[in-house]
Design a protein. Structure first.
Length: 267
């Protein structure tokens, strides 16, 4: 009985510490899998874990931005449930990409207005990659819609986004779960949400499958090393889901919720 009591007290003390800490939340990339982030945020609110700052890469940048600007969980769920590929992309006649994600920027602008990153209610960092130099670019200020577009511009599919003289693309190339900016924003507990940790690889059937596996392997190998910086990690089991099927969104939200509740219960 004494052992169980000590374990209970330890769990209680850790939860109390988390409730008092400055929690920084890093939301990773993963295309449609990003709906799971909404479930994570819902679990944190239910457990009354106050988030002090957020960082985001790719779809994580979109969700982090909306939440940092005060969009409610209910509105976030409604937004991601309604999204369609035609809402976030448009055809581009360019040698640098097949599509433009300008419509994604328009969605951000429609929901929040013409805001700047530094105007967020919660401190916010958005990660992108300078495709000309390979540098990691951490965006803390300036136009929000182009910051989100840049972070989510997947190479070979979307056009690079020109911003302040740089050509920016998907932040997942350099840090798919952006833990590194959180300490600079004052976080004392850094939590990373890794959407791609439990992917199932299969033998490629074509060049698209081959390139997808290649990108996944590179990103996941780097993320496993980068997440050493995290104090806590949430890794929803999304092995049975794919990156593009929007009909999965409701169940992805619940997967994120379950994973976050499980992590919080184990503290």
């Amino acid at each position: 009985m004494a052992i169980f009591y000590r374990l209970f007290q330890r769990q209680k003390n850790l939860k109390e510490k988390l409730s008092r800490a400055r929690v920084g939340l890093a939301l990773g990339g993963g295309a449609v899998l990003g709906a799971a982030h909404v479930g994570v945020l819902r679990a944190f609110e239910e457990e009354k874990v106050n988030i002090a700052c957020l960082s985001g890469t790719s779809v994580g940048a979109l969700v982090a931005s909306l939440y940092a600007f005060g969009v409610s969980i209910r509105q976030l769920e409604e937004t991601v449930r309604k999204l369609k590929w035609l809402d976030v992309s448009g055809v581009s006649l360019s040698r640098y990409g097949l599509l433009s994600n300008r419509p994604l920027g328009e969605i951000v602008k429609e929901i929040l207005g013409p805001v700047k990153v530094e105007m967020a209610i919660l401190p916010l960092a958005i990660l992108a990659t300078d495709i000309s130099t390979g540098e990691k670019v951490v965006i803390h200020e300036g136009d929000l819609e182009t910051a989100v577009m840049a972070s989510a511009a997947v190479p070979g599919i979307f056009l690079p986004v020109e911003r302040e003289g740089r050509w920016l693309m998907d932040g997942g190339l350099v840090e798919n779960v952006p833990i590194s900016p959180l300490s600079e924003m004052g976080a004392t507990v850094r939590v990373g949400v890794n959407l791609t940790a439990k992917r199932n690889y299969r033998r490629p059937r074509n060049i698209i499958d081959l390139l997808t596996n290649t990108f996944d392997i590179l990103v996941n190998t780097a993320a496993s090393q980068q997440l050493v910086q995290a104090d806590l990690t949430i890794e929803p089991d999304l092995a049975g889901y794919d990156y593009t099927n929007l009909s999965q969104v409701p169940t992805l939200i619940e997967e994120g919720y379950r994973a976050a509740r499980k992590m919080l219960a184990g503290i």
